[in-house]
Ligand binder design. Structure first.
Ligand code: UD1
Length: 422
């Protein structure tokens, strides 16, 4: 198993480029199930979660051919099984994204229940009840969702009680091949949902309300799509994480190949902390603050402040000059990084979903990664801690950050990947 050894206290400088978005790429890979043509996907991030979903599709019989680590061809005409087994789904909850497309194309599928995960129970009840409303028969047996729609799915009016990103994506893909019109009320508006809709509409699925919380999808009654090429948008969470690396070290760095309009809430909060920005095309430069000020953050759905950036901002709050408050509204157990930051000397008090952070200096020590974004917060904290921090269990980071240590080294950080027992 690998760990990261980081020597804190280095200023960063220079520029790095942002990879394709993991959370956008996952539904786009699942979308290939709806295509009768071989799909080429470009700008894939080279991260473990992508490989996990590709493995799932290969296990179903799809032909996948990687041209290079960032682009592949997927031919789903060879699919001969519609069972997504536990051994893969347990590795990544987002595997549930194959449920809607498999059911829509083949009229039946079995997908293992994802189970619990580090950041809370994360149920899939909203995905299932929406598919039932579209005519699917759903049973839960031996830990599997067994779904069938022998005569195909039919359009329906769906109103989500909670905004769900992968739930919206699943239903959009199911609705694309359903018979008739599906309306999704209270749909997620994340850029990852928008790009999925844009690609579907480019390839012949009429969708109204793209980018709003009410989508109307006109289903093609089982007629498969002819998707040839898909380009994955830049990863706004990876981009935000590197802006936080610039912020926590109070350095001037530039990120390139990003989409500034997806980062408005993150940039606004960093401005509140005293940082300023130069934004030109797909480049963002963060400029140091005179003093890193404390802030208040409430996580919410897009375009609000993303829960996927909460841990990284908490790392900055740990060294800000004053008391910050972070209110985590989306997930009930997304403070796993707190106990590790406490080990680094942070002053954080937790009260339910609210964390109060009193800024002070951090100390290097051994810490353990617990989930994807929590792990990146520990790396950020280590960049400014006294002496050396070792971040263990970094397989969590490898799920979603491409070459994190390489990119941070390019910016001048003293960071190396080592094997446990080295
Ligand atoms: C996606 C993102 C994840 C991000 C999250 C919130 C991907 C692959 N993952 O996860 O990085 O942190 O959005 O922005 O895109 N809920 C239910 N029932 C359901 C579905 C969701 O109660 O059937 C609840 C969840 O427990 C949570 C909230 O709704 O409290 C939002 O979850 P959701 O948007 O579904 O998260 P994911 O799509 O899993």
């Amino acid at each position: 198993m690998d760990y990261l050894k980081i020597k804190g206290g280095q200023k960063l400088s220079g520029s790095i480029s942002i990879s394709g978005s993991k959370n956008a790429a996952l539904p786009l890979i699942a979308l290939s199930i709806l295509s009768k043509k071989m799909v080429e996907i470009l700008n894939l991030p080279d991260v473990v979660d992508i490989k996990t979903l590709i493995k799932l599709l290969s296990n179903l019989g799809a032909n996948v051919d990687f041209k290079d680590p960032h682009s592949c061809f997927i031919d789903t005409n060879f699919i001969n099984s519609t069972k997504a087994t536990y051994d893969i789904v347990r590795k990544m909850r987002a595997s549930i994204l194959v449920l809607g497309p498999l059911l829509a194309r083949f009229g039946h599928c079995e997908v293992s229940l994802p189970g619990g995960c580090a950041i809370g129970a994360r149920p899939i009840d909203l995905h299932l009840s929406a598919l039932e409303k579209m005519g699917a028969d759903i049973k839960i047996k031996d830990g599997y969702v067994i779904a069938s729609a022998k005569n195909g799915l039919v359009g329906a009016n769906i109103s989500f009680d909670k905004i769900t990103v992968t739930g919206t994506e699943n239903i959009i893909m199911a609705a694309a091949l359903a018979k008739g019109k599906t309306t999704i009320i209270n749909a997620a508006k994340e850029p990852e949902v928008v790009i999925l809709c844009e690609i579907l509409s480019k390839f012949g699925v009429k969708i109204e309300g793209i980018g709003t919380d009410e989508l109307v999808i006109f289903g093609r009654d089982k007629e498969l799509l002819e998707i040839d090429k898909i380009y994955v948008i830049p990863d706004r969470i990876e981009a935000g994480t590197y802006l936080c690396a610039g912020a926590i070290t109070n350095s001037k760095i530039t990120i390139t190949k990003c989409e500034p309009k997806h980062l408005k809430a993150v940039i606004a909060k960093l401005e509140d902390m005293g940082f300023s920005f130069e934004i030109k095309g797909d480049k963002i430069t963060i400029l140091p603050a005179k003093q890193i000020k404390p802030i208040e953050i409430v996580t919410t759905e897009y375009p609000g402040f993303p829960t996927d950036m909460q841990a990284q901002f908490m790392a900055i709050c740990c060294i800000a000059s004053g008391v910050s408050v972070i209110d985590e509204r989306l997930f009930e157990n997304r403070f796993m990084h707190v106990s590790e930051l406490l080990r680094m000397g942070a002053d954080i008090k937790l009260n339910g979903h609210i964390a109060t952070i009193n800024g002070k200096n951090l100390e290097g020590t051994d810490v353990m990664a617990t989930d994807l974004r929590a792990s990146s917060a520990l790396v950020l904290a280590a960049l400014v801690a006294n002496e050396v921090t070792k971040v263990h269990r970094i397989y969590h980071l490898d799920r979603g950050y491409e070459n994190l240590e390489g990119k941070l080294s390019n910016l001048g950080a003293k960071i190396e990947r080592l094997k446990e027992n080295d």
